[in-house]
Design a protein around this ligand. Structure first.
Ligand code: TXD
Length: 314
């Protein structure tokens, strides 16, 4: 049966997602939705024209009409506005909450059975709001952050240790922010524990660089934030769902008692297969890791309180 992915937001990440889906021929059809319909249509046309060179065969279109997303297998959301000079984080949260309410309504009315991957920041809060606004099954709504954070950690380690990234297994848990929790105890280099391979001081620097990985790129780009690695990470989640790969991936998932957390989205390892988030994996945490994880959860909860003050319906 033919498969379809809709992308809500056709900005930097949305465009990269569409291109990657094309190159991989992950599905048969991609719909790019954006309030700026010209951007959605223009990028869809541009990527479609690249298929003549690269030889992929998928249908691409751009739209600003939610009806066009109907019967999507997967929906990936990047719609939002970036922070502008003079705007506080709370101002940004207010604007992006309004956008996500619109997106939730559009999805609920047109494609309520899709697997929904949210990428818009502030990630943990926006994905939570999306679930509340849409009322759709929490196991069909996930946030992308952990794969990206883990990929940054693995990359920095590979550079330091001079080993290919492929040989590094790792995990980053918690909220998507400065309090995220890279997990050295769950990191292996060619099967060997990381602690045997790196000095503590160097590891601490890498953990710090990982936590600030997004800001480092924003500073370099000056305009906008990272988009290649975030898009690649979103694709890994979509692919695990579409192909029922049942990969274990760190994602922002709805916690209902797992890790001692209730009614909150946060980054934990999950299994993604044809039913969405099929399982939340509870790994053992040392007391120090638990402490860091709880601190990260507190940061997510605090920001969610700010969101609730902005919109009492949350
Ligand atoms: O790890 C992660 N989760 C992230 C998150 C890593 C990197 C970036 N992350 C966040 O993703 C970032 O802070 C943004 O909130 C999103 C999207 O990033 P991108 O770089 O793609 O942003 P752009 O280029 O500004 O694109 C956003 C698009 C833009 O084309 C707008 O016109 C559109 O969103 N937009 C909308 N689309 C649909 N509906 C509405 N209401 C809407 N409003 C804006």
């Amino acid at each position: 049966m033919s498969k379809k992915i809709s992308l809500i937001g056709a900005g930097q990440i949305g465009g990269t997602l569409a291109h990657l889906i094309g190159l991989k021929e992950l599905v048969d059809e991609v719909v790019m939705f954006d309030v700026a319909s010209g951007i959605a249509k223009g990028k869809a046309l541009d990527i479609a024209q690249s298929s003549s060179v690269d030889g992929f065969n998928i249908k691409l279109s751009g739209t600003d009409n939610y009806e066009d997303i109907k019967n999507s297998d997967v929906i990936i959301i990047t719609a939002g506005v970036p922070r502008k000079p003079g705007m506080t984080r709370d101002d940004l949260l207010g604007i992006n909450l309004k956008i996500i309410k619109e997106v939730a309504d559009g999805i609920k009315a047109n494609s309520p059975k899709s697997f929904i991957i949210c990428i818009t920041n502030p990630l943990d809060i926006i994905v939570m709001a999306l679930q509340k606004y849409s009322g759709l099954e929490p196991n069909k709504i996930v946030g992308m952050a952990g794969i990206l954070d883990t990929s940054r950690f693995r990359y920095f380690l590979s550079q330091e240790l001079k080993v290919p990234v492929k040989e590094i297994e790792s995990l980053v848990l918690g909220g998507h922010g400065d309090t995220m929790v890279p997990m050295p105890n769950y990191t292996k280099i060619n099967g060997k524990p990381l602690s045997e391979m790196i000095e503590n001081k160097k590891l601490e620097l890498i953990i710090e660089r990982t936590r600030k990985g997004g800001a480092e790129i924003i500073k370099l780009l000056e305009k906008g934030s990272a988009f290649y690695a975030p898009a690649a990470s979103g694709i890994e989640m979509a692919e695990s769902y579409i192909k029922n790969l049942k990969k274990m991936l760190p994602c922002a998932a709805y916690l209902n008692g797992e890790y001692g957390v209730k009614n909150l989205y946060a980054g934990v390892p999950v299994i993604i297969g044809k039913d969405g988030v099929e399982k939340i994996i509870e790994i053992d945490l040392s007391s120090q890791e638990k402490e860091q994880f709880n601190l990260s959860i507190k940061a997510v909860k605090d920001l969610y309180e700010v969101a609730k003050n902005i919109d009492k319906n949350l």
